[in-house]
Design a protein around this ligand. Structure first.
Ligand code: 16G
Ligand code: ZN
Length: 531
């Protein structure tokens, strides 16, 4: 058959050169770039099969390893609504990635049967990549995979991960926007400009924002956006990838969050507002240094509470408080934030397992769901009911209500609802700060974080650790949770948990307590118990 030729081609062009088992994890496949070519080729095949299962709707393929350093790369698939690949397909992806070249043909046939794909249908795949030097070669392998099964591949070149999610969504639902990079700017940046015409700058808000681009794609795109802004926001950009700056090295959202240090290349100026993006532009954290040069981090929890409180106020102004607003967090959310959200904002909180897909899914069960990981990945999702209710108020409410609702509609347009998006989130945060006339200190003053510490522990088999209750309780090894409980009980406001990492061969330990000293001690003691 003609497919025979396809598999022979795969063996020659994108041979499997390693026996190391690779798994479709929390963020797709991610490993050293030189181990990935056959994997990406095979994901091209799978994307075509997936598209045909979805009646020819477009599937996305993003080549990136996000916040990992330059030598790594990765690939993940995007479902037709711009969401992460459906979980039940992860096992299929893993199987296809690991079979030998000889078994590729029969395994592909098996998969096609198993998922009942009609291979007579057309298929469409959108392919994007980050700035890594290994990305173009991998994107080419992706295209080969798509063409091998007679799908249509469209390459977007270098885009942020959320831009590709957005384009996939738009391609399958043209009410959401135009499926191009320009369409993205038009909708998201356009909405921001609209809002700024309605909101005068006042109070302590300063239109200058400093941004660390992690030497990745997010900074590059902000540099394009910057030229289209007209005083609404003055972006001062750092770490744009020039001058030998290395991707994610001592910079970017992950570095800033985990090390709690300012990124290289950004001079610490007291109380200056800085945003730090990650390597593929789907995460953002803010920070400033105070007058004693202390690092003050405004992470995903802070952004989530800022957005949730603003939307709550907007719903009141629209007289639409019957819409159920909820917030979704993971076990990493600081206890201080959870307390503030439930007790002060009176917004319900759901806690789920680490990984964007879990948060996104849980957020969809509210009329308006705000979700963020503490690491800065998150967004807001609005149900159709929420959107139509607000649109109705914008038409039929009294003058004040109409004004509030129109502003909220712009706010929704500015949101990339498909996935966490550093650029969209940046505009959302800037809007709320501007609307309130707030600077970073006033933002920080809304609640107090509990001191915390994260540690990594290397163990023989990280999967020996099993958890339940959104990873907050450990079920195996059997005695471990008892030990953790006992350690935690010695500290005021103590909390700790352990979980196997989904992206590295380690166990992660998290601890918080009333003082930094206690948090450090508790984390160290729990690590000992794991080891
Ligand atoms: C991935 C996840 C991120 C999660 C992180 C946890 C996506 C797109 N990304 O980067 O949400 O926080 O993994 O890593 O789902 P860990 O399992 O190593 O702690
Ligand atoms: Zn990322």
């Amino acid at each position: 058959s003609s497919l025979r030729v396809v598999y022979a081609f795969a063996r020659e062009m994108h041979p499997k050169t390693t026996d190391i088992f690779i798994e479709y994890g929390t963020a797709g496949f991610r490993t050293k770039a030189n181990l990935l070519e056959h994997v990406v080729y095979r994901m091209g095949l799978l994307a075509v099969i997936r598209s045909r299962c979805k009646n020819g709707r477009t599937i996305g393929m993003m080549i990136t390893a996000s916040h990992n350093l330059e030598p790594d790369n990765g690939v993940k698939l995007i479902d037709p609504d711009g969401e992460m690949l459906e979980q039940s397909w992860e096992e299929i992806a893993t199987r296809l990635a690991n079979v030998s070249d000889n078994d590729l043909e029969s395994t592909t046939e098996q998969v096609i049967k198993q998922v009942n794909a009609d291979m007579g249908l057309k298929a469409s795949v959108y392919i994007g990549m980050d700035t890594r030097y290994t990305s173009p070669r991998l994107a080419a392998a992706a295209v080969h995979g798509v063409m091998a099964l007679k799908g249509t591949a469209k390459e977007f070149g270098i885009v942020t991960t959320p831009m590709l999610h957005f384009c996939v969504k738009c391609r399958n639902d043209n009410t959401y926007g135009t499926p191009t990079e320009e369409g993205y700017y038009e909708k998201i940046v356009g909405a921001f400009k609209n809002i700024r015409q309605k909101l005068p700058v006042f109070g302590h808000y300063n239109t200058t924002l400093h941004v660390d681009g992690a030497n990745g794609v997010g900074g590059k795109k902000l540099n394009i956006i910057k030229k289209t802004l007209d005083g609404e926001l003055d972006l001062v950009l750092y770490n744009l990838g020039g001058n030998g700056g290395k991707l994610n090295l001592n910079c970017g959202a992950d570095y800033v969050k985990v090390s709690q240090k300012p990124p290289v290349g950004v001079e610490p100026v007291p109380f200056q507002r800085v945003a730090s993006l990650d390597g593929d532009g789907d995460r953002i954290v803010y920070y400033y240094v105070d007058d004693s040069n202390n690092m003050c981090l405004l992470d995903g929890d802070r952004i989530a509470t800022l957005l949730a409180s603003y939307i709550t106020e907007s719903l009141k102004a629209c007289d639409a408080t019957h819409l159920r607003l909820g917030l979704v967090q993971t076990a990493y959310a600081n206890g201080g934030s959870t307390k503030y959200i439930t007790e002060d904002l009176k917004v319900p909180v759901t806690c789920v397992k680490t990984g964007v897909k879990h948060l996104h899914h849980a957020a969809l069960s509210y009329d308006i769901g705000v979700y963020f990981e503490a690491n800065g990945h998150g967004t807001v999702v609005y149900s159709d009911v929420a959107k139509s209710t607000i649109a109705k108020v914008a038409q039929e409410g009294d003058t004040e209500q109409r004004k509030a609702a129109q502003l909220l509609l712009n706010f929704i347009d500015m949101t990339n609802e498909t996935v966490g998006d550093a650029i969209s989130d940046l505009f959302l945060v800037e809007t709320v700060l501007c609307a309130r006339g707030h600077d970073v200190r006033q933002w920080m003053d809304s609640y107090k974080d509990l001191p915390c510490r994260q540690l990594k522990v290397t163990v023989e088999d990280r999967n020996a650790i099993k958890t339940t209750d959104a990873e907050r309780k450990c079920t195996s090894p059997e005695a471990l949770q008892g030990q953790i409980d006992e350690l935690v009980s010695k500290y005021n406001s103590g909390r700790a948990f352990v979980r196997p990492s989904g992206t590295e061969d380690i166990v992660r330990v998290y601890a918080e307590a009333d003082t930094q000293d206690s948090a450090e001690k508790l984390a160290a003691e729990v690590s000992q118990a794991v080891f």
